[in-house]
Design a protein around this ligand. Structure first.
Ligand SMILES: [Zn+2]
Ligand SMILES: [Zn+2]
Length: 238
């Protein structure tokens, strides 16, 4: 079935995410824009996924728990998990791989953990935008061990993308999907990086502000509207 999905966006838990990007607001905005599914992918944490999933259940939008992991090489990768338990376990694991750098809200922004009705439950003390100690070489097996999947983010960006950091992709990474921004002209990437030709390509908003959220473009062909169906599609099993 055709599923319109935005698989990369940030809530107010990300220091760079606007405080108006609450789980309540972003899930409702996605529904208004016409999406069937979103993934909430804050930097290095899944702590706002619980509320986003709850809001999604109330209004009929599938919310896939996830995070945008910063690898040891400073490569951003979107990680997607099948359910909240897996996301919490993965989030705690990643927490243990990060340097003990405290957030300075006055410089980097607040990192708010929210309930389902725009109430602040907590603020995350650890700075979430630092690199974890997880290497990109180990990422696919790691996320799969939690039942999830992952793909390298915004390949056409000049910073924190695998092509800007490493310059190329190689099969041992085991990526089956790659993300580009909506602006990318793909043929030039396919020519330069033939590995992409056998991969799923996804384009997502990477919204940090409500006004960055965009209307659905290309649908995904999933067997059903669920996190597991999405993960199987990304992994190439569906
Ligand atoms: Zn990023
Ligand atoms: Zn992002």
């Amino acid at each position: 079935m055709k599923i319109y999905a935005d698989l990369h966006m940030h809530s107010c838990l990300s220091p760079c995410g606007d405080n108006d990007m609450t789980p309540y607001n972003l899930v409702n905005m996605a529904k208004l824009l016409g999406f069937d599914m979103i993934a909430l992918t804050d930097h290095n944490s899944c702590r706002n996924c619980k509320s986003a999933i709850s809001v999604g259940k109330e209004i009929g939008l599938t919310v896939v728990p996830g995070m945008e992991l910063c690898t040891a090489e400073e490569i951003h990768c979107v990680c997607l998990l099948p359910d909240l338990d897996a996301a919490d376990a993965f989030s705690q694991h990643i927490h243990g791989t990060m340097p003990p750098v405290e957030n300075r809200p006055e410089i980097f922004g607040e990192q708010r953990v929210m309930d389902t009705a725009d109430g602040v439950l907590d603020t995350e003390p650890l700075l979430l935008t630092t690199a974890s100690s997880v290497s990109v070489d180990d990422l696919v097996p790691l996320v799969r061990s939690f039942g999830g999947t992952c793909f390298p983010a915004h390949l056409d960006r000049a910073s924190y993308s695998i092509l800007s950091v490493l310059g190329f992709l190689y099969p041992e990474l085991q990526f089956t999907t790659a993300e580009f921004t909506h602006k990318a002209f793909l043929p030039q990437y396919f020519e330069k990086h033939p590995l992409l030709q056998g991969m799923h390509i996804v384009r997502n908003s990477d919204a940090h502000y409500l006004e960055n959220m965009v209307e659905p473009a290309e649908p995904l062909d999933l067997r059903e509207n669920s996190a597991q169906a999405l993960i199987d599609y990304i992994n190439g099993i569906a």
